[in-house]
Write a protein that binds this ligand. Sequence first.
Ligand code: PEP
Ligand code: MN
Length: 333
Amino acid sequence: MRKDATAEQIRGVSEAIEARGFKAHPIPGAQRTAIGVTGNKGALDAPVFESLPGVLEVIPVSHAYKLVSREVKTEDSIVKVGDVPVGGRELTIVAGPCAVESMEQTLIVARAIKAAGAHILRGGAFKPRTSPYSFQGLGEEGLRILAEAREATGLPVVTEALDNEGVDLVERYADAIQIGARNMQNFSLLKRAGRAKKPVILKRGMSATLEEFLMSAEYILSEGNYDVILCERGVRTFSDFSRNTLDLAIVPAVKNISHLPILVDPSHGTGRREKVAPLSRASAAVGADGLMIEVHHDPNKALSDGPQSITPDMFAQLVQDLRKIAPVIGRSL
Ligand code: PEP
Ligand code: MN
């Protein structure tokens, strides 16, 4: 739309799009609003739309992904989790235990990460475990604990939903919905998350290409939820010294073609406690919008992912180091 297009003109164009049986996605930007069109089979009849009041131009999008693309929105998106912005100048730090184990454990970790400077609390209530005999999470009780930890610390909380019923619950208790690596291509779950009223943190599948990752995000946006934060968490390779290979090169690759913010999770990315801080520093340097880090006050007793969980002391030191790196790369923390 033109810079000076009125709200009424934007509505008029959206209605013209919907009248043809397509879906209109008005995406406000700093300069102007773009209206993404999905659901069309071939090219649009450009002259018809270009003649509508307020329209500047009709741009065919050349990629399979549309709404996540910078062709639809040039400037970086800022997604708010609670009142914490992700994707702006500030480096955002999500931290907390892999799994919510108890009220006491969650509060100890939440208070420690808050004191060290974290912005958002993470913790799994529904855990996707490789073995059905491993701790599966506390379920709704875990969500209640997270909500209490938010009350106690003021930190917004993010937690994973494994299925559609899980989204119903997570949406009710948490400030953001995490979709895990194993579910990155669970398309019915992506569609449900796309109808949620909360932002979504979408983790990269363990063998997902960049295009597959962005197409999964596209599923969520195409349903009308534009608040998506991507998260690189390592991919499977032949490398035998870490749990996964953290693919930091995806950060500038994503930035190049998408306006969505991207976090990096060096905990799952490496699987080893001693590798988390160095890879966190590298993630900040490479341009990630933030980090997701697993912290446990007693990692050797953790019910999930103890070997990759860092202690509150290690986390506090890491945040201090990131504070020194941030200004060098034009960020604040
Ligand atoms: C997690 O964040 O605890 C998790 C299970 O991550 P991923 O889906 O990346 O394995
Ligand atoms: Mn974990």
